[in-house]
Design a protein around this ligand. Structure first.
Ligand SMILES: Cc1cc2nc3c(=O)[nH]c(=O)nc-3n(C[C@H](O)[C@H](O)[C@H](O)COP(=O)(O)OP(=O)(O)OC[C@H]3O[C@@H](n4cnc5c(N)ncnc54)[C@H](O)[C@@H]3O)c2cc1C
Length: 424
């Protein structure tokens, strides 16, 4: 055998798998098709690398709506706090930001990538870059090795597939691993974009009325055909030239995709609450009071500061209120309508940007066919999976990277242990 363990893919999951196998004393080869390792990791979290998240495990699982519960066993072995300890023990100081997000204090993703590369050296892990794997080889119910595109092949006792999903393919993740998993008997659940901007054909989007406008701390919901919220997220958002984006939108996006599919719709309704701290009645009563106190003032000026100006003017227009009209001339009925639009501005969306533009791939290797304690294949001896190739997806905010590191840790450790047992 050329190697104990071969890891295909040098993203966060593959790097962690290779290091973990190295820690167990295995002879490891890490293969990546790109000229750099950790390319997606280097652009994550706005180039600062959102290494993990400090919320309690229960919350982390909730923030991984795509099969997060599958990770309970894995988290009992290696979790977000272990990721923090792992990096801190290697001299990388981390800091916590909003929503529990953890970043290196340097604010540079490369700091995180570099320390992982140093660990590869430390454990004498062989690294092949610019070496796309063409195929994974199996023999008699066991992995036997890999075939590279250039025709070279290498044998191994264990193999970790860590080639990511299909999103942002210029970072190397082009979905190559799904065929290798299928060849081993695995099911690939339907792939779809998640954490992705949402598109809309609404006039105000087409006319770019609100393009570039950011709304802070709003509540955004995806509604079912009966008008009930399927999901609500309270975060920031932005209007773009094709629809909407920003953290709240990214989190809602997978529910838009699923609703379109589930009810066979061409459009789904979303509801925007721009003032989540107040009820509609409170807003209305406040408006009536304000208008009464200065009836001669233009309604636009009376309401100044209630909402960002462009959105205020937009909602006034939606409620058929002339912004220049004196407050006293605006009917209570219209004030009611306006108060309602502050809480529940309804608009239609018709899809998302494609999978290639999504931050994360939904779907992947079915988790039903993976041992949750080892990340080992239930079908093929010596075969392990980790990272985004699995049918696991979380919200942005460090949850996907956490899943990649945790599953990578288990896959690498157990690939090394299996190699040792098979060698004995
Ligand atoms: C712009 C952006 C920002 C993000 N921000 C966040 C964030 O803030 N928080 C968060 O949790 N997640 C974020 N994510 C998601 C997160 O980066 C990914 O979920 C994570 O990188 C997946 O890790 P992975 O190891 O499974 O795969 P990847 O990081 O995709 O790595 C896969 C590796 O496999 C290699 N490979 C593929 N095919 C082959 C082949 N045939 N032969 C050899 N090598 C191959 C690729 O070159 C690549 O290096 C972001 C993603 C993007 C695109």
């Amino acid at each position: 055998m050329d190697y104990d363990v071969i890891v295909i893919g040098g993203g966060p999951s593959g790097l962690m798998a290779a290091i973990s196998a190295g820690e167990k004393g295995a002879k490891v080869l890490l293969i990546d098709k790109g000229d750099k390792l950790g390319r997606k990791l280097a652009i994550s979290g706005g180039g600062r690398c959102n290494v993990t998240n400090r919320l309690p495990v229960e919350e982390i699982i909730k923030h991984i709506p795509g099969n997060g519960k599958f990770l309970y066993s894995a988290f009992s072995i290696f979790n977000n706090e272990d990721i923090i300890r792992f990096f801190e023990s290697l001299g990388i100081a981390l800091k916590e930001e909003d929503h529990g997000r953890m970043f290196p204090v340097t604010d540079k993703a490369q700091t995180v990538v570099n320390v992982l590369l140093q660990q590869l050296d430390h454990y004498h892990i062989s690294v092949f870059k610019n070496s796309p794997v063409a195929d994974v080889l199996y023999e008699g119910g066991h992995v036997s090795g890999v075939l590279l595109k250039d025709g070279q092949s290498f044998t191994a006792k264990s193999l970790v597939i860590a080639v990511g999903g299909k999103s942002v393919p210029h970072t190397g993740s082009t979905g190559d691993g799904y065929a290798w998993a299928e060849k081993a008997g695995h099911t690939i659940t339907e792939l779809y974009p998640t954490e992705v901007p949402v598109t809309s054909n609404e006039g105000f989007i087409k006319n770019k009325t609100l393009q570039g406008l950011s709304l802070r701390d709003i509540s955004l919901s995806v509604l079912n055909p009966k008008g009930k919220p399927i999901i609500t997220h309270r975060m920031d958002m932005i209007f773009t030239h094709f629809g909407i984006s920003g953290p709240a939108v990214l989190r809602c996006s997978q529910f838009v995709v699923k609703a379109l599919k589930k009810w066979n719709l061409t459009e789904v309704t979303m509801s925007l609450d721009a003032l989540p701290n107040q009820t509609e009645e409170e807003i209305y009563q406040n408006l009536v009071k304000l208008v009464k106190s200065e009836p001669k003032k233009s309604i636009k000026n009376t309401l100044k500061g209630l909402l960002p100006e462009r959105y205020l003017l937009f909602l006034l227009e939606q409620s058929e209120i002339d912004p220049a009209a004196q407050g006293g001339t605006v009917s209570n009925e219209k004030l009611r309508l306006f108060s309602k639009s502050c809480k529940q501005f309804l608009f239609k969306v018709n899809g998302t940007l494609p999978l290639e533009k999504a931050f994360v791939t939904g779907g992947g290797v079915s988790i039903k066919e993976i041992d949750p304690k080892t990340m080992g294949s239930k079908f093929m001896n010596g075969l392990f999976f980790c990272g985004e190739i699995l049918d696991i997806h979380g919200y942005t905010g460090g949850f996907n990277i956490t899943s990649a590191f945790v599953t990578g840790r288990l896959a690498g450790t157990n690939a090394a242990l299996t190699a040792k047992n098979n060698g004995a």
